[in-house]
Write a protein that binds this ligand. Structure first.
Ligand code: THU
Length: 137
């Protein structure tokens, strides 16, 4: 992935975070998914007065993409939070991302975006020995 594309994805995650509905935690998260055809799908966290029902930004982005018909082709993911350090996707989001990635047989690059630094890792590093669609065969 070239630097310009990475920068575009990082910017999309930052833009998505601006839409966060997080009145309870005040922790505004944005995520952006890059697909093989170049399309980027963003998502933000969506909280609820029933606190435990909060939806994470990555999960919202995956739901948007799959709701639009995407089934694989996931090349990279960027996620950003409000803190001084980059955040990694939560455990549930790792599993949700893995489902979409596994459908297309990719191991997406995950860009964990902080205000100053971007840490890069593969989804398989964040979720080794994943349970996925093939586990049901
Ligand atoms: N959150 C995300 O959106 N993604 C993550 O990977 C970690 C946590 C959200 C959930 C909740 O709205 C807020 O951050 C605080 O946990």
């Amino acid at each position: 992935m070239d630097e310009a594309t990475k920068n575009e994805l990082v910017e999309a995650a930052r833009e998505a975070a601006k839409q966060a509905y997080a009145p309870y935690s005040d922790f505004h998260v944005g995520a952006a998914l890059l697909f093989a055809d170049g399309e980027i799908v963003g998502g933000c966290n969506v909280e609820n007065a029933s606190y435990g029902l909060a939806l994470c930004a990555e999960t919202v982005a995956v739901a948007k993409a799959m709701g639009a018909g995407r089934r694989g082709g996931l090349v990279a993911v960027a996620v950003t939070g409000p803190g001084a350090e980059p955040i990694t996707p939560c455990g549930r989001c790792r599993q949700v991302l893995n489902e979409l990635a596994a459908l297309g047989g990719t191991d997406p690059l995950v860009l964990c975006v902080g205000p100053d630094a971007v840490e890069e890792m593969r989804l398989s590093q964040l979720l080794p020995a994943a349970f996925g669609p093939a586990s049901l065969d």
